[in-house]
Design a protein around this ligand. Structure first.
Ligand code: PRP
Length: 216
């Protein structure tokens, strides 16, 4: 049988997932010593880790070339969901918030006239959020450091991830609405894999869940 393939979001989620898998008893030496390799065996070689960018994790899982994936809820909310979300892994916690310049209250912001311009790395999340408020907005997609957009006068506000709040604080931006959506890392599964390799996937998910419980 070919190895079960799990796509991990490179970076912090990768490190946290590898930590969780190691505490669940999987040997992850190959990932720890990976160099520039992108597909690596873990455990007895019955699982293969694929290292990818967040949105690509979803692409690989949706298309069935990876059975499982670890990705943030932010990426899931932005990029659709033709897969099963099977476990909240509890790490990578942060939230989506609406923030802007000048300490404006939510009341002030939402009652103002005129179409607002919102800068974000997450256009779908931003559109859905404002649709829920019955507000038409103009969305400008920014690739990184979205805090720059209101500072440079390009946008009225941003919809972005907030973890510690220090990026906002250090750039003189304040939160207008904090509860846009909570985020954490999720284990996702390809729909066909979940049927065809149910026992293996459930065994792995169960071990990950047990370890997550112990560490929370
Ligand atoms: C994210 C996010 C904020 C920052 C929030 O950016 O877009 O800029 O982290 O974290 P904080 O609340 O702890 O300050 P990231 O570090 O992913 O970089 P990027 O903006 O270049 O994508």
């Amino acid at each position: 049988m070919k190895p079960l393939r799990i796509a991990l979001t490179k970076g912090r989620l990768e490190k946290d997932t590898i930590g969780l898998l190691e505490s669940a008893g999987y040997d992850c030496t190959a990932v720890r010593e990976k160099g520039r390799k992108l597909i690596l065996p873990i455990g007895d070689g019955d699982i293969e880790v694929v290292l990818a960018k967040a949105a690509d994790v979803i692409t690989y899982v949706e298309n069935g070339v990876c059975d499982l994936g670890v990705v943030g809820k932010d990426t899931i909310m932005e990029n659709g969901s033709c897969f099963f979300e099977i476990l909240d892994l509890g790490f990578g916690k942060c939230r989506f918030a609406l923030a802007g310049k000048g300490g404006r209250s939510a009341e002030e912001f939402f009652s103002g006239y005129g179409e607002k311009t919102i800068a974000t790395k997450y256009p779908n999340v931003a559109r859905n959020f404002f649709e829920g408020k019955g507000m038409d907005i103009r969305v400008i997609k920014i690739e990184g450091s979205v805090e720059l957009a209101p500072l440079l006068g390009l946008a009225d506000a941003i919809v972005d991830i907030v973890e510690t709040g220090s990026t906002l604080r250090e750039n003189g931006l304040t939160i207008i609405e904090d509860n846009v959506a909570p985020i954490s890392a999720r284990l996702i599964a390809n729909t066909a894999s979940l049927k065809l390799r149910k026992a293996e996937i459930e065994a792995l998910a169960q071990k990950m869940e047990e370890e997550r419980r112990k560490s929370s």
